[in-house]
Design a protein around this ligand. Structure first.
Ligand SMILES: C=C(O[C@@H]1C=C(C(=O)O)C=C[C@H]1O)C(=O)O
Length: 433
């Protein structure tokens, strides 16, 4: 049975700004959060249409409907979205009986990787269900009067995609190896130190894909990742660009990868190799430095571990570093995400040269892949992951993305194999089994 809020469903109010001079709907959002006695998996609650998700280890936020939304683009896409959000947060009428991170007014968002092309989006759902530390709540958002709390019950189960076939996206694997070789040439020539290059695959199913199917598979198979869905972009990312919570800022930086073999003792030996690999440590160091440098101006103190740990995922292992800081200004998590994006984990070093090389040689439009994806609340706290191990669903087709950091010692064939391994989470999740 499809889930419907108990309150009369209000017409979706959407305000679209093309630049800072646009205007948002003047009617304030009316927001109410109440505790909920429900322990169903969050992803089992979302209806098929207009779903939003940010879930990890059974906790997080899911939402549906759009009480307000904004689409932005270009170099001011973050700033325009931030201003719109601050305006809504200022004027909202909020009754919050739970008062936890993620209660009250929240928006989900997903931002384009590049200034051009690509569109970014911020959505305030009509209903949000959240869970944290054993507490579950429901938030209802409307434009006029306080709506009664939404009725929350399991939605109909999604059907698996059928007849899925895959083809190369913008360029073939062989062509992409040539692009990697060109990047290595430029790095060796001293033009830059590191660049992250990505490619895409196109999957087509017999019928329209219900994104809830891959979301449920991803959250089961990759519980250590953040499973997300915002406006057609979905995935399970292991990388946290920035989390801001009550004055503490954290970031999980990944860079340096090795594929898993399926043999645990062999994988342990490989993990030890990864932790000593100078190529991977070099690639990792660039990424950590780019994050620490961008956070430093906002923090009074920071903890940047000297050596990375190895993060084990079912398909790959990564070198990982958790950076933490105490923030001493009122910069919101979205503004921090803007300052951090693109980190060297998805752009390169130096950033501007890497961005130019990506747009010159990568041969595809990244859209919102590798951009910030996540949520924020009215106080500016929230979480923005990097949209990796991700794909964009459009009706019967899904566009999958995967990329790799290239440094002087990278080998095109090995990088192609690494990208293949990074397609695995979404590929398996839409394969319908
Ligand atoms: C670019 C991706 O992953 C990034 C690149 C990594 C690497 O090159 O080792 C590791 C993790 C991510 O920061 C991707 O998954 O598409």
């Amino acid at each position: 049975m499809a889930l419907r809020p108990a309150a009369v469903r209000l017409a979706t109010v959407t305000s679209v700004l093309s630049g800072p001079s646009g205007s948002a709907d003047a009617t304030p959002l009316v927001v109410r959060t109440v505790a909920l006695d429900d322990d169903s998996p969050l992803l089992a609650l979302v209806p098929r249409e207009e779903s939003l998700a940010w879930v990890r280890r059974g906790e997080g936020l899911v939402g549906w409907g759009a009480a307000a939304s904004i689409r932005t683009k270009g170099p001011t896409r973050f700033r325009d979205a931030s201003e719109w959000w601050k305006e809504h947060a200022r004027s909202a009428v909020v009754r919050d009986e739970v008062a936890q991170p993620g209660t009250g007014l929240v928006a989900f968002g997903s931002f384009a990787f590049a200034d051009e092309p690509g569109e970014s989006v911020l959505v305030v759902p009509e209903v949000v269900v959240g869970r944290r530390g054993g507490t579950t709540w429901v938030t209802t958002v409307s434009r006029a009067t306080i709506a009664s709390p939404a009725a929350v019950r399991p939605a109909d189960a999604p059907a698996p995609p059928a007849g899925v076939t895959f083809v190369d996206g913008a360029i073939s694997g062989t062509e992409w190896e040539r692009v990697v070789a060109e990047a290595v040439r430029r790095i060796t020539a001293g033009e830059l130190e590191k660049v992250v290059l990505a490619r895409d695959l196109l999957a087509t199913a017999d019928d329209e894909i219900d994104v809830r199917w891959p979301l449920q598979r991803l959250s089961e198979s990759y519980p250590m990742c953040w499973t997300f869905h915002v406006d057609g972009l979905f995935g399970a990312t292991p990388e946290m660009l920035v989390r801001r919570e009550r004055g503490l800022v954290t970031s999980r930086v990944l860079a340096g990868t090795i594929r898993r073999t399926g043999d645990d003792s062999r994988d342990l030996a490989l993990a030890a190799t990864l932790a000593r690999s100078s190529k991977d440590l070099e690639e990792h160091e660039y990424a950590v430095r780019s994050v620490a440098d961008a956070l430093a101006p906002h923090c009074t103190s920071m903890n940047v571990p000297e050596a990375p740990f190895v993060l084990h995922l079912p398909n790959v292992m990564h070198l990982a570093t958790d950076v933490a800081g105490v923030i001493d200004d009122d910069t919101t998590c979205l503004e921090l995400a803007e300052a951090l994006h693109p980190s060297a984990a998805v752009g390169g070093t130096p950033t501007e040269v890497a961005k130019a090389v990506i747009s010159e040689i990568e041969g595809m439009d990244r859209g919102r892949y590798a951009g910030p994806v996540g949520w924020m609340d009215a106080s500016g706290d929230g979480e923005w992951g990097i949209a990796l191990r991700s794909a964009e669903v459009m009706g019967r087709t899904v566009r999958l993305f995967a990329g790799c950091g290239i440094v002087a010692s990278s080998e095109p064939e090995a990088e192609l194999a690494e990208a293949q391994a990074k397609f695995v989470p979404v590929r398996d999740a839409i394969s319908g089994v």
